[in-house]
Ligand binder design. Structure first.
Ligand SMILES: [Zn+2]
Ligand SMILES: [Zn+2]
Length: 249
């Protein structure tokens, strides 16, 4: 049985918003919600990138809450979700990690049809960034939602149906192999039994010996429940706890 854990939970209180936008949850609120939803190990984070909503001082404020005296940090950890660059480096870097006293770093690719209209360019860019991060980046521990932005191209009408059949198979096999060699985890945050190529990718990941991590990517307290559904699905697919990534303390 897999132990339910979730290292991809946003404390969206710590981001710049328009005055009428809802106030997001704090780290304490998200940890409480995740524990109530059944996650034993809980990781709180926010984005680290160059967009105007996520200036570095927001991460410093999140870190200050997490490290404040009396904060309940039992089986709870602090990370960031840092955008990956083409060369595989990440927006947080070793200095940012030390400054924020982070337990882990998730490296992700965030692209959309607005920034990259061509779906092939999107896939090539994501592949290149993940590959280089697995090969060269010592700062990150987990690759966040590989090719997870692809559904945006379906929503925008650029592809009739998004699925892993669009991604060259040799890329997927290579990334799993690089994950094994690097000791970094690949994050799973999508349940899609209807995508046979995605399911086959998951089977290869399961059998490879690579670390995997299950994330809700929750931006609200209600969103943390997704970790339970995804954990149950991966349990039914035969994923084993011995390869389930966690922060080593
Ligand atoms: Zn993300
Ligand atoms: Zn996220």
């Amino acid at each position: 049985m897999l132990i339910q854990s979730d290292y991809h939970i946003h404390a969206s209180f710590y981001r710049l918003k328009t005055p009428d936008a809802p106030i997001g949850p704090t780290a304490a609120e998200q940890i409480a919600a995740a524990r109530a939803a059944g996650s034993r190990y809980v990781g709180i984070l926010e984005h680290c990138n160059t967009t105007k909503h996520h200036p570095f001082h927001c991460l410093e404020e999140l870190s200050a809450e997490f490290h404040s005296p009396g904060f309940d940090r039992r089986s709870a950890f602090l990370g960031v979700e840092a955008d990956l660059n083409d060369d595989g480096s990440d927006a947080c870097g070793k200095n940012g990690r030390e400054k924020l006293l982070l337990d882990y770093v998730i490296g992700s690719v965030h692209l959309s049809p607005v920034r990259v209209p061509d779906v092939n360019t999107y896939m090539e860019t994501e592949y290149r960034r993940i590959r280089n991060a697995l090969l060269h980046n010592e700062n990150i521990n987990v690759i966040g939602h590989p090719f997870g932005e692809g559904f945006r191209y379906e929503r925008a009408g650029i592809v009739p149906k998004w699925g892993f059949h669009l991604i060259p198979r040799r890329w997927l096999d290579e990334l799993i192999g690089l994950a094994v060699n690097s000791g970094k985890a690949l994050e799973i945050n999508r349940c899609d039994p209807e995508d046979p190529v995605y399911c086959d990718f998951l089977m290869c990941l399961r059998d490879s010996g690579a670390w995997f991590s299950i994330g809700s990517d929750a931006h609200s307290a209600a969103g943390v429940a997704a970790a339970k559904t995804r954990t149950q699905w991966l349990d039914s697919l035969g994923f084993r706890e011995e390869h389930h990534w966690r922060v080593r303390t």
